[in-house]
Ligand binder design. Structure first.
Ligand code: GLC
Length: 623
């Protein structure tokens, strides 16, 4: 809002903007006197009714999404600017810090919603979060295996059940929009977001993406008040970028997908056809580029293909400050290119004034049409009305008490068991819980819940330690053998000490990371991991290796050393799912969702590319 009004305090600027929609400044004193003083009910009762009353500034506000910590100490700005959406970026819990209980999140959500209802038309917020493997930002929530493990289950019904649990736990915090599922098709395992994809082939991403959307949004069309809006992301070919083309310091993340349109459509676009069929409420645009042009300004792929050819009628949202990566001499030029390309909601996520002023200025200059703005706002308001946010703007506390419930955790435990892929078994598994043998457990991940969860867990990057409620592998082994004459001993990472045993279990692999921070040129186990595995196998009669990682690692030697080898992926909070298959309560049924390389020089390696992998896509022993 440029010009003399820029000097005004923000609140009067809003009233002036509202009054500019009517004839007379003479009305101003009357309107100020009559301004609503309580959190009144919304003052428009349909998308078209709201649109007809909204000023251009208010429409630009609806298209603006802000990370909550930017308005935490100035909630009035939500109403003054008519901000349409807030989000909690990874780790942005109540108070702007990682963590917080479900009740604290619900209180936070309601506080912001009350502030939004103070706006001139009282249009409620829609609030987004990355509940990408359960509502993993929230302390005590059920944390599922990351998508690569869910892909290993090949069980879409289980994925749908898992997402239904996530739906209930997200609703328990009031939140109505989940930036999930990623329907990425990771083609180069060196990419730090490989674990966010379901696998390297489009049908797996499409099948599990469809199931995820149905689990989150419910079985009918639309979302409803008992659904959570799902987001198919990141559009498109985020998993197809070339090594060395990454954005900034990243080696491959946010890079350039250098391929023909035929390959893009055959591999990376297909899961979006499934997502649109599933009724995805939103699609998030990728940071990456296609043949040198940023997706955030790609009018052909966003407007013509996604919205036109695929018929997507939901909300297209930018990624975190993704507009700023668009070519342009000013923010106004960048946001104009994004909005004209078909983006409806801009995840700014901080300078909301700049975003609103830029959109208003570009419309007034005739560089963005009112028609495009109305289309964007219509999509946003249609979603809010579909979710009944105008009638039920606050958290449904009926869900809050079930966050992290035993019933929910049982679904996650089942998912963990079905995700385990048995790569080698020289007659060792299944173990007997009552064998009377001595079991020694060690490795850096054996009793580290944070490592078991991986990235996007309580904080954006994740971290080690007891960061939330859950069961580590070591705790699960103790539970499994309690009351039997099987002795269990924990050596942790101190495997140089003197010990012996009948059976050794090593758990190690990757420590948590997210996004480009996980881009990795080597895919190698650490020397410490290799040594600890070697020590445990040398000091026990038979040994089992459990690799906790977001992707295949180069483990040829370790495969020789261990008598049994399990790819555990990033299993999440329910470690007992791992012992369920180790001790034979569940059969191993997991199958590789990605091709497993024998050398990092083979990357990218995928089915059908003519290379000889260590294990093919779909490999997995039953016992
Ligand atoms: C991140 C991710 C995206 C996420 C968004 C909000 O940068 O790319 O997957 O949904 O920001 O946290």
């Amino acid at each position: 809002m440029a010009g003399p009004r820029a000097a005004e305090p923000r609140r009067s600027r809003q009233f002036l903007a509202a009054c500019s929609a009517t004839a007379g400044a003479l009305l101003l004193p009357l309107m100020v006197a009559a301004a609503p003083t309580a959190a009144a009910a919304p003052r428009c009762d349909s998308t078209e009714d709201c649109l007809a009353q909204m000023t251009l500034e208010e429409k630009a506000g609806q298209m603006t999404q802000v990370n909550h910590s930017n308005v935490m100490d100035d909630k009035e700005a939500i109403a003054e600017y008519g901000i349409g959406s807030l989000l909690s970026g990874g780790g942005a819990g109540p108070g702007g810090e990682p963590g917080g209980t479900a009740a604290e999140w619900a209180d936070m959500y309601d506080g912001y919603q009350r502030a939004a209802l103070e706006s001139r038309l009282g249009i409620p917020l829609i609030y987004g979060v990355d509940a990408v493997h359960g509502h993993s930002n929230v302390e005590g929530a059920t944390v599922f295996p990351h998508n690569i493990g869910m892909g290993a289950t090949r069980n879409p019904w289980l994925v749908r059940r898992a997402q239904n649990v996530t739906r209930k736990e997200v609703l328990g915090t009031g939140i109505d929009w989940n930036f999930a599922p990623a329907v990425s098709v990771p083609r180069d395992d060196r990419w730090g977001r490989t674990y966010e994809g379901f696998g390297e082939v489009p049908h797996l991403a499409g099948m599990m993406g469809y199931a995820s959307i149905k689990g989150l949004q419910g079985h009918g069309r639309g979302v409803g008040s008992d659904g959570v809006a799902a987001t198919a992301k990141h559009y498109v070919a985020d998993g197809g970028t070339a090594w060395g083309t990454g954005e900034g310091d990243y080696m491959i993340d946010q890079g350039d997908a250098q391929m023909s349109e035929r390959e893009l459509r055959r591999i990376h676009l297909r899961p979006y056809r499934a997502a649109v069929r599933a009724g995805a409420a939103s699609v998030m645009v990728s940071f990456s580029s296609w043949n040198g042009l940023k997706m955030h300004q790609h009018e052909y792929l966003v407007d013509e293909v996604l919205k036109g050819e695929l018929g997507f009628d939901g909300v297209v949202v930018s990624d975190w400050a993704g507009v700023r990566q668009v070519e342009g001499d000013s923010y106004a030029e960048k946001v104009r290119k994004s909005v004209n390309a078909g983006l409806d909601m801009i995840m700014v996520p901080d300078d909301y004034e700049q975003n609103i002023e830029a959109i208003v200025g570009e419309v007034r200059a005739g560089r963005i049409s009112e028609k495009r703005i109305d289309d964007a706002v219509r999509r946003i308001l249609d979603l809010k009305f579909d979710q009944e946010l105008f009638d039920k703007p606050f958290a449904d506390r009926g869900y809050t008490g079930d966050v992290g419930s035993a019933e929910h955790r049982a679904v996650a435990r089942e998912a963990v068991a079905q995700s385990q892929v048995l790569l080698k078994n020289d007659g060792v598994l299944p173990l007997s819980r009552n064998s009377g043998k001595d079991i020694v457990v060690g490795g850096k991940t054996a009793d580290n819940l944070g490592y078991q969860l991986g990235g996007w867990s309580i904080s954006w990057q994740g971290s080690g330690g007891d960061i939330t409620e859950g069961t580590t592998l070591w705790e699960a082994v103790q539970q499994e053998t309690e009351g039997t004459d099987t002795d269990v001993r924990f050596v942790g990472t101190d495997t140089g000490q003197d010990f012996s045993g009948d059976i050794g279990i090593w758990v190690g692999g990757e420590t948590p990371y997210a996004e480009g921070f996980g881009d990795d040129a080597d895919l190698a186990l650490s020397e410490a991991d290799s040594k600890q595995l070697g020590d445990i196998c040398a000091k026990t009669d038979v040994c089992i290796a459990m690799l906790v990682s977001g992707r295949p690692l180069i483990v040829d030697e370790e495969l020789e050393t261990a008598d049994a080898f399990v790819a555990s992926w990033l299993p999440g909070s329910e470690g007992a799912g791992m012992t369920d298959v180790l001790f034979g309560h569940e059969h191993f049924r997991g199958r590789l969702p990605v091709t497993w390389p024998s050398s990092v020089d083979q990357e990218p390696i995928n089915r059908g590319d003519g290379q000889k992998p260590l294990f093919r896509l779909g490999y997995g022993l039953r016992r």
